[in-house]
Design a protein around this ligand. Structure first.
Ligand SMILES: [Zn+2]
Length: 289
């Protein structure tokens, strides 16, 4: 969907409201929950409300959503969701401010709420099959002072990706063995093959019922075939995600505090999981409202 197609599909708030009716109620024609008679609900003028043609029972499509009390036009919210779905490197508050013509404060709030939506709409389950797991240090100071792992304000994150399947990311407090072990146990089905770097020592995950193998990043080993298991271990896919995430955060956002890191992670993880289906991303976000 191009920008032109977006605005042809959603020219005004009424068009957005119809779309929400479609996603939440399967359309504007339905069995009335009050009188039970089927009919086409009509929109009340100047209100985000539809009414039953028989008994005038009212339905507010935005009820219990972040859009209910907003003074920002629905088109602006939809366009913001469109921008989040179509970007590769994320959307900064300044960019949203300019595109939507709202204050920075409003733009920032809209951005954060859309990131929350993306988190809600994403894969929620156990990974299985062959899973790569790799940790990374993200965020913190942009320039000056120390860089890398010990830099102030860094957040430690763990990414786990099923081969040909979803990616799951989590913030972890440290890289101690019990922490690494717990995050795998919570997100990966027992019996799966797990590939990690050397931080996860041999035997740790085997005891939990996984088939485990590791590559030695310190020795610049990126992939290793285990003859005993018949499996090639690598964490390249997850590392690629962390590279994109770090580069995007550096170029798009000045600084992300640990407090807000989870929402940015949700944003990038959701996009990585749905990048082949841009329109589906948009609809999933609306459904998550
Ligand atoms: Zn009715």
């Amino acid at each position: 969907m191009s920008v032109r197609e977006f605005f042809a599909r959603f020219p005004n708030d009424d068009a957005c409201l119809v779309h929400i009716m479609n996603v939440r109620f399967g359309g504007t024609t339905m069995d009335c929950p009050a009188c039970g008679v089927e009919g086409e609900f009509h929109k009340l003028r100047d209100r985000r409300v539809y009414a039953c043609p028989h008994c005038l029972h009212q339905i507010a499509p935005t009820a219990n959503t972040i859009l209910h009390d907003t003074r920002t036009p629905l088109v602006s919210w939809f366009y913001a969701m469109y921008l989040f779905a179509t970007t590769r490197h994320g959307v900064s508050g300044k960019e949203l401010q300019r595109q939507l013509g709202v204050t920075y404060k409003t733009a920032y709030r809209i951005g954060m709420q859309i990131r929350t939506l993306m988190g809600k709409a994403d894969f929620d389950g156990l990974l299985s099959g062959h899973v790569q797991a790799d940790e990374a240090y993200v965020g913190g100071r942009r320039s000056g002072g120390k860089r890398g792992r010990g830099a102030p304000g860094k957040t430690i994150v763990m990414g786990m990706q099923e081969e040909g399947g979803p990616l799951v990311t989590r913030i972890i407090p440290d890289v101690k063995k019990p922490t690494l072990r717990a995050v795998v146990n919570e997100n990966v089905e027992k019996g799966s093959v797990v590939s990690t770097d050397e931080l996860m020592s041999y035997g740790l995950l085997e005891g939990d019922g996984y088939v485990h193998g590791s590559v030695k990043h310190a020795a610049k080993e990126w992939s290793r075939y285990d003859y005993r298991q018949g499996v090639t271990h690598s964490t390249n896919a997850v590392e690629g995600f962390w590279r994109l995430f770090k580069a995007s955060v550096r170029s798009t956002h000045v600084q992300i505090s640990s407090k807000h890191m989870a929402r940015y992670l949700d944003e990038f993880t959701f996009r990585a999981n749905h990048r082949e289906r841009m329109n589906a991303m948009f609809d999933l976000m609306v459904a998550a409202l």
